[in-house]
Ligand binder design. Sequence first.
Ligand SMILES: Cc1ncc(COP(=O)(O)O)c(C=O)c1O
Length: 416
Amino acid sequence: MENTMFPVKWCGNERVSAEQNSEAISRVFPSGISRLARSFHQQIPGYQISPLKSYPHLAAMLGLGGIWVKDESQRMALNSFKILGGSYAIYRVVKSILGFDHEEIPFTQLTSSEVRAKLGGITFAAATDGNHGRGVAWAAHVMNLRSVIYVHKFTSKARIDAIASYGADVRVVDGTYDDAVRQANIDAQQNGWQVISDTSWEGYEDVPRWVMQGYTTMCSEIQEQLAGQGIVKPTHVFVQAGVGALAASVIGFYHQLFGTNDPVAVIVEPDKAACLYHSAKLGDGQPHSFSGDLDTIMAGLACGDPSPLAWSILRDCADMFLSCPDYVAAKGMRVYGVPLKGDPFIVSGESGAVTLGALMFIMERPELADLRNKLGLDRKSQVLLINSEGNTDPNHFRRVVWDGAEPVPSEYKEYN
Ligand SMILES: Cc1ncc(COP(=O)(O)O)c(C=O)c1O
């Protein structure tokens, strides 16, 4: 089921009710995994719970009960949730090489010279559209290990410099993010490097599964923070997606906790890289690639190939897939930057802000009333958003927030 209304195109998931007991979720998120991931992250020097911020005034203006934003711009020094996945996957890879598959090892041991000596000249390789590679480079750096990070040709200099600042060897691939994934894999096989990928492919699922498990630390923090506010769970979660690993983690976490009473899950993608939306629309249950140069300002979401592992969860349990033009993300960035009086300020990058932009258009535009009703968004709704990144590309951030790049088209601007 699809509509063609702008500024948000949407596609409901016909399979969701039939497939509520997702075998994929049990496989990727075995019971107790979020506790293990979190206890690993808690040992990392500098770890702190990132804030969960409440937007009561915006919620009232939009006709919602509450809006809660998990602010990953304050995730350690890295400005993004991505560090949680890369670091946990590296931990699991190292544990496995050392023969501790079924035991936890303390972080101090992981970074010890004995472990380093045992690992020899191990090198981690990853492809990235910015944030994942930065997280992998950071984790390798903390453990005094080598990393080689592959970026695509549209990656900004600021993002490349941020990765290189952790001592990574950064290689630019003439193509898209998906080409960078392929090249990283080819070179890793030739050189005997360990690939730390956030996306999966046939025969390569362990590492992406660990990456996804690592993201659940963020969800367990959220639940603790909501409980502190007297809220048992959000009624809705809007999650932005590139390959879909983050969205599948959030859905998997909530499904494990609340079963079929989990929040309504809305997946949000850029219209120029909407591989999950496209797959949902084709409706055959398979992941499908989205072709094109993926030229969106939402650099973190510029992925043309869904992660099959993530897709197996989204296919069964996501409720709605949205495809949004760049101006939806730009609006979100500006609203976070200049909130209503009494609401908190958040630094939100392009990929971080798109869910707020989408939520606002859905609640405000008459053309989207049908979608609003289908999602059951009303004054009783407690909506969870994830600001998945802060200002990770300062020049572009200023272009949007200061200079007003990607303005909302005039037909969608009026307020009453
Ligand atoms: C800031 C940001 N948000 C969201 C995502 C989406 O994550 P995934 O690719 O797992 O869907 C990414 C991916 O790199 C990202 O960098």
